[in-house]
Design a protein around this ligand. Structure first.
Ligand code: OKP
Ligand code: ZN
Length: 343
């Protein structure tokens, strides 16, 4: 399986994040991608290629130009306001506050375009997030060219980013942009299977009213885990998209055996839907040693995950999302890819 990777993604290198009431060392860091790349090379999973530089058009199919422009011009605005370090939002237009005003101040705009205070924005964030999108789109294009699978080594991740907001370490919704790109290039039905430990709220919301992009997600129960406000079992789509979203929230402490029934159900939905292609939002944070997560996958379980997904028999883009146990991240990720190729 070919891997797509861009060094430019490493330019987003946050130092701190706001978490548990403290400024802590950031966990969504460049070494995550570096160790996966190193393991891909060591275990010879296939050729590694740099992404093509895509224009803004495929991004604008998913995110509005105002939001994209905000991220693009952010650093200039931030430094013009006299700030120099990483940025965090701290005020949001929630219930009873206005959404529709034209705001000048950078702090107001930060809140307008974000969902949380845990996602640092820096000087090179936009450039790295664009490279992450390019990585996802290049992998999708490999599928269109006839590859049976491809691995997009994306960073920063994407599945929490919504139509016009960043959050959960995500800026552009890589999986959503890739899915829409596949639709725009001749595929009729695309499935997204999100196996990150956290619910992919951004991806779900993008396609909630659409039957042409199926969204399936298995994750920690949001009543006990981030992102808290989406990802419950009763969210199944709306309007024309009714029945084309499915969620399997699972309790903290879930191990592979407890996870399998949900995975089997998700695979059954995939067989019924018969997608022309599948995008796997591949978070590796169900791992037992993950520093911010509460599931109990072992490294071997990621081999099993890959083997099971191969049986679905659909052209597949694996697209990296979360996973923060850096030492094991390469092994866990490549286990999925090898499991898939061998299964
Ligand atoms: C991004 B992805 C822990 C705070 C965690 C955000 C988690 C974002 C996960 N105390 N905050 O889905 O892996
Ligand atoms: Zn996650």
């Amino acid at each position: 399986m070919k891997t797509v990777f861009s060094e430019t993604q490493l330019a987003h290198a946050p130092e701190k994040e706001i978490s548990d009431g403290e400024l802590k060392p950031a966990v969504e860091i460049p070494s995550r991608a570096e160790i996966v790349l190193k393991t891909v090379k060591e275990r010879n999973t296939g050729e590694v290629l740099a992404p093509e530089a895509f224009p803004l058009r495929p991004i604008h199919r998913v995110h509005p130009p105002q939001y994209v422009g905000f991220l693009e011009g952010f650093w200039e605005m931030w430094t013009a306001a006299g700030r120099s370090g990483e940025a965090f939002p701290f005020v949001w237009p929630i219930r009873s506050l206005r959404q529709d005003t034209k705001i000048n101040h950078v702090d107001g705009l930060l809140g307008r375009y974000s969902m949380d205070a845990g996602t640092p924005l820096g000087q090179h964030t936009y450039k790295a997030a664009r490279a992450s999108v390019d990585t996802a789109l290049t992998a999708a294009k490999l599928l269109l060219a006839g590859e049976k699978s491809a691995f997009a080594l994306c960073r920063p991740p994407g599945h929490h980013a919504g139509f016009d907001f960043f959050g959960g370490y995500c800026f552009f919704n890589n999986a959503g942009i890739a899915a829409q790109y596949l639709r725009d290039n001749g595929l009729n039905r695309v499935a997204i299977l999100d196996v990150d430990y956290h619910h992919g709220n951004g991806t779900q919301a993008l396609f909630y009213d659409r039957p042409d992009i199926l969204f399936l997600s298995i994750h920690a129960d949001p009543k006990d885990e981030y992102p808290y406000y989406l990802g419950y079992a009763d969210e199944t789509g709306e309007h024309a998209g009714t029945g084309f979203t499915r969620n399997w929230p699972l309790p903290l402490g879930t191990d592979w055996d407890a996870y399998t029934p949900a995975l089997e159900e998700a695979c059954r939905w995939l067989l019924v839907y018969k997608p022309d292609a599948m995008i796997v939002s591949l978070g590796l944070d169900c791992y037992e040693e993950d520093p911010i997560s509460g599931f109990r996958f072992k490294s071997e379980d990621y081999l099993r995950l890959g083997q099971r997904l191969a049986k679905v028999g659909v052209p597949t883009v694996f697209l990296m999302e979360g996973g923060y146990a850096v030492e094991a991240l390469g092994t866990n990720c490549v286990n999925v890819l090898e499991g898939f190729e061998g299964g």
